[in-house]
Ligand binder design. Structure first.
Ligand SMILES: *[C@@H]1O[C@H](CO)[C@@H](O)[C@H](O)[C@H]1NC(C)=O
Ligand SMILES: *[C@@H]1O[C@H](CO)[C@@H](O)[C@H](O)[C@H]1NC(C)=O
Ligand SMILES: [Mg+2]
Length: 267
């Protein structure tokens, strides 16, 4: 069932690309009858199929350093994020991670860890991004309003990640959260995590003032934190994030898992 859905998605993406080629004049009208079936997860017909291709390129890290969602894809991304497909895609990632994790034999020394990112991985800021001022990433990032939102500590859990988190704990993994959030937000972040259902962890690593002043890219900062873990004797067996910068760099872990996020890009 899941496999056939995946196949359908792959096929749909391929056809969407082919359809754009057709529009450009390659095979006029050839794929056209399939178009109405290719709307967003919410079941609405979204004009401009290239938003699907754009999202695939984002998820595959084929386009980088983009700053806002293309204006014409605002509705597409909104429908994707609020519709079922985002949840289904996230669940597929967590499910795949669990299939991998439950097959591992852990050491007896309590040093086997699973690394999770926080924003758009453990917690969801969708209530913030869905506001018209943010338009699912189609409006430029506003640090002021995002920090105000963070300070409220109201972000819900991403259900797929919470599901995996609970199972990993049961399997005996130690959990390490590594986030680019600043240390000054520790108290509210911890409260938010608890309220969302994340009640136990080995470490919750945030960026301190000096690290923030260094201006490292997320990939460099996270690489360094993971390297510190490895130097402390931890074995990173899994690593999950919504950005490629969560899962590229040094000591990324035995396996990495990329959650969907078509709303923003962090290098
Ligand atoms: C489970 O682990 C075994 C031994 O390491 C490996 O050969 C097999 O491919 C793994 N299966 C899955 C589904 O990961
Ligand atoms: C961020 O949002 C606030 C409140 O809406 C606004 O006053 C400010 O100009 C915005 N900043 C940027 C850089 O857009
Ligand atoms: Mg994130």
């Amino acid at each position: 069932m899941e496999t056939s859905k995946l196949l359908f998605l792959s096929l749909a993406l391929a056809l969407a690309a082919a359809s754009n080629a057709a529009t450009a004049g390659a095979i006029p009208g050839h794929i056209h009858p399939l178009r109405p079936q290719l709307g967003s997860s919410a079941g609405r017909n979204i004009p401009g199929l290239n938003c699907l291709s754009w999202r695939l390129a984002v998820e595959a890290d084929n386009i980088q350093h983009w700053t806002v969602v293309p204006k014409e894809c605002e509705n597409y991304v909104g429908n994707y994020m609020l519709g079922l497909q985002y949840r289904i895609d996230s669940k597929f990632v967590s499910g795949s991670a669990y299939v991998y994790a439950k097959n591992l034999t852990l050491g007896k020394d309590g040093k086997d860890v699973w690394v999770f990112d926080i924003d758009e991985t453990s917690l969801s800021n969708l209530p913030y991004y869905a506001q018209p001022d943010n338009a699912f990433g189609a409006k430029p990032y506003n640090e002021t309003t995002f920090t105000e939102w963070e300070k409220q500590g109201k972000a819900p859990a991403l259900p797929a990640t919470l599901w995996l988190y609970k199972r990993l704990l049961r399997l005996g993994f130690k959990i390490v959260f590594i986030s680019g959030k600043t240390e000054s937000l520790r108290a509210i972040t911890v409260e938010n995590m608890h309220n969302a259902g994340y009640t136990k962890w080995e470490k919750l690593i945030l960026k301190n003032a000096e690290e923030k002043a260094e201006g490292l890219h997320a990939m460099e900062y996270k690489s360094r934190e993971r390297t510190n873990l490895v130097k402390a004797g931890y074995r990173i067996l899994g690593n999950m994030g919504d950005q490629w910068s969560d899962i590229l760099g040094d000591n990324v872990g035995s396996r990495t898992f990329k959650l969907p996020n078509p709303m923003f890009y962090i290098a």
